[in-house]
Design a protein around this ligand. Structure first.
Ligand code: ACO
Length: 431
């Protein structure tokens, strides 16, 4: 028998019975859709207890510290798969066969070039523009360049859009960096893997040959896997909400990037590095810890805490290990900022304030250190996150539009403004 919950009212109004749904895993969900017909809405700012959709892509158990993509644990994917395969998995629901993987990789490789005229879009920005501002603008501008295959309700069209976005966003990110640096744009190289190609577009120049280091390319690829999807977070929900109106997909992904840019979301790894730079020396750590605990100070320890993971972030252990691999490869174990980071982690993990609130280092705590070691400037950190998350965004967008029951997203509100009042002509208004 299906479980239900009965809502009773203290004023004697008739009670309401609501069904309880149970997914494959996770907390049971009370289906409140019938409430509107009874004259009630629910109120949940920040969506702390509200499921906004059904999804078969990613599962997170924040209490147990679990993250699965399509049922596969993140550590198995991080150590045994690669970003192209994971992107295929997110989009299609199954791991590809060898032939399917080859065909997918070929399709992605053949979509990496940007329309030649898009160079002019980059050149319209100031040289000093933040790469995320450029990425949001240029990705949105793709809607003005790629007009074919835009029937959102045609699955083949959606697939081409997904491939284009996964392929072109790295080119956009690398070119945003090159534009900042005043260096010529570097065209993608089809012989290279996804991560190698990105390194090539970032670091090569027409003056000298560049060969991506395979250990570093593998580390980057692993970071991309860890960031590929994370169920209904702020940026993914933004993509879904924008896409729910049938909006142009390139514009929807640009809106996801805008949401990701915030320091409480994708901007956190950039904020971690800035914080470590500000700390400057291990002796300053206690002062920063004191500030993080002081409720009258808005400062928070960047890279600590997570809305969902109230246990260890399963990605943090993998990325910590990757961080060591990168620092060993580059002979940077004695890097002063890495030493500050490790000491900060040690002190925070032993501090009662952080223990009581279950504030553990999150994935951003280490990704910033790795990116810095790879020579990626701080301002590009969120851009790399956006690149990796593009696979998740397009998979979630595709899933939403594939659902015949999908509706435009339209949250309600609890209105607390003025009650009805008469318009006062300007000459009669008092200060
Ligand atoms: N430093 C100090 N105190 C913190 C921190 C922190 N980083 N994070 C949370 N707290 C405290 C809060 O002050 C609050 O304390 P209180 O109960 O005494 O009032 C308690 O821990 C709970 O915090 P909330 O803000 O309610 O937790 P929420 O789930 O809303 O926030 C968030 C999660 C935004 C990630 C928060 O932990 C934070 O700001 N962290 C720093 C930024 C960061 O690293 N973001 C990356 C997130 S991961 C990602 O987007 C990929």
């Amino acid at each position: 028998m299906k479980k239900t919950v009965t809502l009773t009212f203290s004023d004697g109004s008739p009670s309401i019975e609501l069904p309880i749904e149970q997914g494959t895993y996770g907390k049971p969900v009370i289906d409140i859709r019938a409430l509107g017909a009874h004259g009630y809405f629910t109120h949940d700012p920040g969506f702390t207890a509200t499921s906004s959709c059904t999804s078969a892509i990613t599962y997170i158990d924040g209490d147990e510290g679990l993250l699965y993509y399509r049922g596969y644990p993140i550590d198995e994917l991080a150590y045994q798969s690669d970003y192209m395969e994971v992107s295929y998995l997110l989009l299609h629901g199954e791991l590809p066969t060898a032939e399917q993987k080859t065909a997918f990789e070929q399709s992605i490789r053949h979509h990496t070039l940007l329309h030649d005229q898009m160079e002019n879009v980059f050149r319209g920005f100031r040289r000093s523009a933040h790469p995320m501002a450029v990425m949001i603008g240029v990705t949105g501008a793709m809607s003005a360049f790629y007009h074919s295959g835009l029937d959102n309700f045609n699955p083949q069209h959606r697939e081409v859009v997904a491939h284009r976005l996964i392929a072109k966003v790295p080119t956009v990110a690398a070119w945003a960096y090159k534009f900042n640096e005043g260096q010529p744009f570097v065209y993608p190289q089809n012989r290279l893997s996804y991560a190698e190609n990105f390194m090539h577009m970032m670091f090569s120049s027409p003056c000298e040959p560049y060969e991506p280091n395979p250990v570093l390319a593998r580390a980057l690829d692993r970071i991309f896997i860890l960031h590929a999807d994370h169920e209904q977070n702020a940026s993914t929900s933004t993509v879904r909400l924008a896409g729910s109106s049938g909006a142009n997909p390139y514009a929807c992904i640009a809106s996801g990037m805008a949401s990701l840019w915030g320091p409480l979301h994708g901007g956190a790894n950039e904020a971690v590095l800035r914080m470590l730079e500000e700390m400057d020396h291990v002796s300053k750590i206690p002062e920063f810890i004191r500030r993080a605990k002081d409720k009258s100070d808005p400062f928070r320890l960047m890279g600590f805490g997570h809305r969902i993971y109230k246990n260890v972030d399963p990605r943090a252990a993998i990325i910590r290990q990757t961080c060591y691999e990168v620092l060993d490869e580059l002979d940077l174990r004695d890097d002063p900022q890495f030493k500050i980071a490790l000491e900060l982690e040690r002190i925070a993990l032993e501090d009662e304030y952080f223990i009581a609130r279950k504030l553990y280092p999150n994935v951003d705590f280490y990704s910033g250190i790795i990116f810095r070691a790879l020579g990626i400037p701080t301002s590009m950190f969120t851009a790399l996150f956006a690149m990796a998350r593009t696979a998740g965004w397009v998979a979630q967008w595709h899933e939403m539009l594939s659902d015949p029951a999908h509706k435009i997203g339209r949250p309600r509100q609890l209105y607390t403004g003025s009650a009805r009042r008469e318009f006062v002509p300007i000459e009669q208004r008092k200060a």
